[in-house]
Design a protein. Structure first.
Length: 223
């Protein structure tokens, strides 16, 4: 979080710095004649012509004329008045030095000193003003870094695989050691025969028969 805030602060400072730099580049102050200032030049009009050739003038720039009040002035005039050093109808006139004049339009601009023969002796200036440079786009603030890809793994499927269907039938019970073997064909076995009479029952039946015979004979005699 602190790192992102620092980046935002640096971006804002960069934008402000670019704005200041652009402002200084878009509006320059040109000191006419440099250290010589605005005077009757020793070399004539060629002096200010050579100075202007070394400068680049754009709309919004400022011309600074350094001169002593009362000794010189600066008048903005037409090209015809410039060529003829005619100061009768100047476009503008500044008599107090130093004078700062802002260049508000493109094209040729002409300046002269209206005092005495100063213009005829070379105290005159002609410049060409171009349009201001294009404003560079402001620096954009850094964008936050993209979030890291999600580390959440895809959960495995919870659908259980059904167990394979067994084609085998139910298990066959294993007969015990005392179990009767199953007859062939799966039919019900016949019931077992009745057990034989006990060994001691035969004399009983014989005695009963003998008694019955005796009784039959007795009965016959009595009749």
């Amino acid at each position: 979080m602190a790192k992102r805030a620092s980046m935002v602060v640096l971006a804002v400072m960069a934008v402000v710095g670019l704005g200041l730099i652009h402002g200084s580049l878009a509006q320059q102050t040109h000191v006419v004649g440099n250290v010589t200032g605005w005077i009757v030049p020793p070399g004539g009009a060629a002096f200010y012509t050579a100075w202007a050739a070394m400068e680049t003038f754009t709309v919004g720039d400022i011309l600074e004329f350094n001169f002593a009040t009362g000794n010189h002035d600066v008048a903005k005039v037409t090209k015809t008045a410039f060529d003829n050093c005619n100061s009768n109808s100047p476009i503008s006139l500044v008599t107090n030095g130093p004078a700062n004049i802002t260049l508000n339009s493109t094209g040729e601009h002409f300046f002269i000193c209206t005092i005495g023969q100063h213009c005829s002796n070379g105290q005159k200036l002609a410049i060409n003003v171009s349009a201001s440079t294009a404003t560079p786009p402001p620096a954009s603030a850094p964008q936050p870094s993209a979030p890291p890809p999600s580390s959440t793994a895809t959960p495995p499927s919870t659908t259980a695989t059904p167990p394979p269907t067994s084609s085998a039938g139910p298990p066959t019970a294993t007969p015990g050691p005392n179990a009767e073997p199953s007859p062939e064909g799966g039919s019900t076995p016949p019931p077992p025969p009745p057990p034989p009479p006990p060994a001691g029952s035969a004399p009983s039946f014989a005695a009963a028969g003998f008694s019955f015979s005796v009784l039959s004979v007795v009965a016959a005699l009595l009749i």
